[in-house]
Design a protein around this ligand. Structure first.
Ligand SMILES: *[C@@H]1O[C@H](CO)[C@@H](O)[C@H](O)[C@H]1NC(C)=O
Ligand SMILES: *[C@@H]1O[C@H](CO)[C@@H](O)[C@H](O)[C@H]1NC(C)=O
Length: 474
């Protein structure tokens, strides 16, 4: 009844004829136009069905008039990328993808949102805004989240109610459905690259270089790293070239460009490898969140002085390859240890033993590198965007099969349990000061520690009935 009502209303508005007219296949939209009433989306304007959006990629089968009551009519599931900035296909708005269990259609045409074949919506975490969420949520659709970044980019997702909006995740966490903890590590060979001779570094030290490098231009971040580095600088020389705590000029104009700082630019790499120790501090503290800040110094044969993922030990090539800041009771103690290694080549070189043949003894790391199906800058392997897309496709194909199986024998085959993301997929404890106690930090200096904070964010969250707790110190 609702269906007929919708059809009548849409016909009255002229929507059905608009859809028919815009259908490139000419098959018209009326065959299935009597969808559920709640699928008409206010923000999609008058457009009800998206034949033009999906017709061009072998999707026409279902768009004609299927034989009434023919349950065998097979349509490819549609995966709709909801975040406007991200669609890993070119050119066009839709593409058929072939995955392990079968094919799907990936689309970025939001008009496909109401289509019964649209089985999954894909979101890019950094762009996810409650105010833009496609509500009401349709029961037959999974929400899939790709968020390889830390909560700096979107704090909402590191709260239980935020992450549990999603069914499938690809995050930095090993616990996510499609884990990306090694997203910044191209492979074991990247770690094995030989280190430059120590005498080269000794020469740079003689010319006035500090033992430690700091290169950071994003200063106000949840890990509050500058507060620690400022204290550390009291006890050991640190050369800081980025905008945060800068005390030296990069040697060339090109290297002053912060855009160069996250690349593998050869001039930058050569410059960075002059340093024996690199301060490697992530912008937020989350289990399994590790970036190029950690892997790049290892590639260059420097020792990372690291603060970031609390579980970082699990991923290290051996158990003597990084200096973990949190192993030291104070910046002063850490400085003393770095100074000791700086003056003692034999002890220093032990930190680079993983570069020797057989030196990578962490089987967990090796297994993860070997078994991941995506690559980092590897033309022979899919990137993780397309990899995750196929993961979602396969998940939806399996879910469709399970639904059909249940429909055909409801007594024997139970309904599929919901699959819902967990907080462990974005495991980031409440931010704490990078150095010292909360009480010692002036109120006006707590910005980075206190997101989620702004009333605007909170208002937009209420749309999806989420209220986030503020960290206790805010
Ligand atoms: C570190 O490595 C040494 C030598 O391989 C080994 O004996 C020791 O058990 C390891 N320690 C940890 C905590 O894994
Ligand atoms: C997807 O997640 C939502 C929200 O947590 C949940 O209500 C729904 O049952 C899940 N759907 C599936 C297909 O698992």
């Amino acid at each position: 009844m609702a269906a007929r009502y919708t059809e009548a209303v849409l016909a009255a508005l002229g929507v059905l004829s608009v859809c028919s007219a815009s259908s490139s296949s000419g098959s018209g939209a009326s065959g299935k136009a009597g969808g559920e009433a709640e699928w008409a989306e206010p923000w999609d304007g008058a457009v009800f069905r998206p034949p033009a959006a999906l017709g061009a990629v072998g999707m026409t089968r279902g768009l004609g008039s299927p034989p009434p009551g023919n349950a065998e009519t097979v349509d490819l599931p549609v995966l709709l990328w909801w975040s406007p900035g991200l669609f890993p296909h070119f050119p066009g708005d839709s593409e058929r993808i072939e995955c392990a269990l079968g094919a799907c259609v990936a689309s970025r045409d939001r008009r496909a949102r109401a289509d019964p074949r649209t089985r999954a919506l894909l979101f890019y975490g950094t762009d996810f805004r409650a105010a833009d969420a496609p509500l009401p949520r349709l029961a037959h659709q999974s929400w899939a989240l790709l968020h390889e970044e830390s909560p700096l980019n979107n704090f909402l997702l590191s709260h239980g109610p935020g992450i549990r909006l999603f069914n499938l995740t690809a995050t930095f966490s090993r616990h996510s459905d499609y884990p990306l903890p090694l997203q910044w590590l191209p492979g074991a060979a990247y770690l094995r690259r030989p280190a430059p001779p120590l005498r080269e570094r000794a020469e740079w030290r003689r010319r006035g270089y500090a033992p430690l490098l700091y290169l950071q231009s994003h200063c106000d971040v949840p890990s509050d790293r500058d507060r620690y580095v400022r204290e550390l600088m009291r006890y050991i020389p640190v050369d800081s070239y980025g905008k945060c705590l800068q005390n030296r000029e990069p040697p060339t104009v090109r290297l002053q460009d912060t855009a160069t700082a996250t690349t593998e630019d050869p001039e930058l790499m050569a410059f960075l490898s002059r340093y024996k120790f690199h301060l490697a501090m992530e912008n937020a503290i989350c289990n399994d969140y590790m970036t190029e800040k950690l892997w790049r110094p290892m590639h260059l044969g420097a020792v990372p002085v690291y603060r970031g993922s609390p579980s970082v030990r699990d991923w290290m090539p051996n158990n003597h390859s990084v200096i973990l800041i949190d192993d030291f009771e104070s910046p002063q103690k850490l400085a003393e240890f770095i100074d000791f290694l700086d003056k003692n080549d034999e002890e220093y070189m032990k930190y680079l033993a993983y570069k020797q043949p057989g030196g990578i003894t962490n089987q967990f790391l090796l297994d993860n590198l070997e078994h991941r199906e995506w690559g980092v800058n590897d033309p022979m392997l899919p990137n993780y965007l397309n990899g995750f897309e196929c993961f979602v496709c396969d998940h939806e194909l399996a879910r469709l099969d399970a639904e059909k199986a249940h429909e055909s024998s409801p007594r024997d085959i139970p309904v599929l349990e919901p699959h819902i993301a967990q907080l462990s997929h974005m495991d980031c404890p409440v931010p704490t000061p990078g150095f010292g106690k909360v009480e010692e930090i002036p109120e006006n200096d707590r910005v980075s520690l206190c997101s989620p904070g702004s009333p605007g964010d909170q208002a937009s969250l209420e749309l999806i009935e989420i209220r986030l707790p503020l960290p206790p110190h805010c």
